[in-house]
Structure formats: structure tokens, C-alpha cells
Design a protein around this ligand. Sequence first.
Ligand SMILES: C[S@@+](CC[C@H](N)C(=O)[O-])C[C@H]1O[C@@H](n2cnc3c(N)ncnc32)[C@H](O)[C@@H]1O
Length: 247
Amino acid sequence: MEEKTTLEQVIALHPEINHIEVRPEDNRRQVKSFVLRGQKLGTRQLEALRDSFDEYAIKWTGTRTDIGSLFPVRRPVVIEIGFGMGESTIRIAKEHPDLNFLGIEVFLFGFSKLLYRIADADLDNLRIMRFDAKDVLQVMVPDGSVRGFHIFFPDPWPKKRHHNRRLIQPQFASLLASKLEKGGYIYTVTDWEEYAQQMLDVLSATPGLTNRFDGYADHVPWRPETGFERKGLEQNHEIRELWFEKR
Ligand SMILES: C[S@@+](CC[C@H](N)C(=O)[O-])C[C@H]1O[C@@H](n2cnc3c(N)ncnc32)[C@H](O)[C@@H]1O
């Protein structure tokens, strides 16, 4: 009988999978927008990491990289930050074959699940990275090279003392804006009212960005419901969407 693949074997084969856990000392001082949730991986997830990481995951290059060249076919690139389980990510990619999608997520359970779905469908327009999106944007992504950003239900960090962990803050918003091509967009959604207001304030004040709507955006019909959206709706939270563009 074939022996079961273990996470240790997979990491030995592709050490980058574990980068987030063993990140360099200087990086530890940065405030993180996530906490790592450990969840035991199933056989298909482990096998996907073993067999499909090389083909469908993007590796850290540590330097400015032509992100268009990371896909089998060159198309405009949309980056999704924090795709969670990736259910809506794969649907959007399948329904938009004219675009390339780069999903960035640190949560290994969701990352490996999306990896086997991409491999099963042999999609050529969706690739994923298990990395801190801030590092990817700061180091790898050239300015003016991204068609759009999708940030769906970023962690709300509700306690005041944790607000500095929220992704959408002035510095990060400027970083996003600098990476957008002219006419590119930032599309973000939250069920957390006070964070929605913060996003609206921060994005409105970010030089170079314009709100396509007067305040919150209309619901974007091609966005499928996400896992965290379902949780929010179960708690009767209102969903707020924001759509900003680079002038
Ligand atoms: C609340 S979940 C939302 C997941 C999904 N978008 C959804 O709507 O179901 C936020 C996700 O963002 C990820 N995340 C937070 N900060 C991140 C970062 N700096 N880089 C990559 N992923 C990040 C977390 O691991 C988490 O899975």
C-alpha cells in the first residue's frame, strides 16, 4: 500500500511552503495583518502541494518581477489578497478568461485547497502564492503593472488595539495605488460597518485614486458570494462594497 504523504515531506520538497513560519528575523518585527490558523490538511491537499506546487504556484523571487510573465499566456493581471478558501477566486477566474489572476493567501488550508482545484481544472489564468501580500507588493510587483486588486472581507480586527493590523490603511492604500496601471481598480468588500467607513476614508484620501461611486459602490454582479460573506450575512451584517480607480 502507498504511504500517506505528510506535511513534513511536502515542506522538504518545496521549502517555500513553510516560508511564512520560518520568515527572516527582520520581518518578524512588522505588524502582521493575519494570524496563522492551523488546520489539518487532507490527503488531496497534501498531494496537491507535493505534485502541483511547481506548476500552479508562484514562487517568491525576492526581486522586481514581470508578473505578466509568470502566466502561460500574457493577459492583464488582477491580484486578489486573502482569498481564504478560494471558492469565489476560481469562479471569477473561470468566468474571466481574458484576465490573469494572482491569488495571495497565507492560510495553508485554503491555499492547498485552491491549488488542487486549479490543477483539477488545469486553469491557465489563475496562479497562487503562499506569502504575505505586503511583501509581494513591496518587493516583487513593479509599479503600474496591475489591472486590479480584489480584497474581499479582509480581517476586520475589531478590537481597537488591533486596528494597526488592518490591511486598508494609508500606507498600504498608497502601495496598492502605486502598483495599479492607469485606469486600474481596487475592489474591496466588507461586512464590518466601521471598517467600511475606514476604507472609504482611507481610499478617498489616497492620492491618485478616485471613487467611481458617490460613497459605497453598487453591488458588482460578477462577484460570487464568499465564505466570509456567508458568515457575515448569517449575523445580519450589511455588505458594503467599494470601487476605486487610478486616475
Ligand atoms: C476574513 S478572511 C476572508 C477570506 C475570503 N476573502 C472570503 O471572503 O471568504 C481574510 C483572509 O486574508 C488573509 N490575509 C490577511 N492578511 C494577509 C496578507 N498580508 N497576505 C496574504 N493573505 C492575508 C487571511 O489569511 C485570511 O484568510
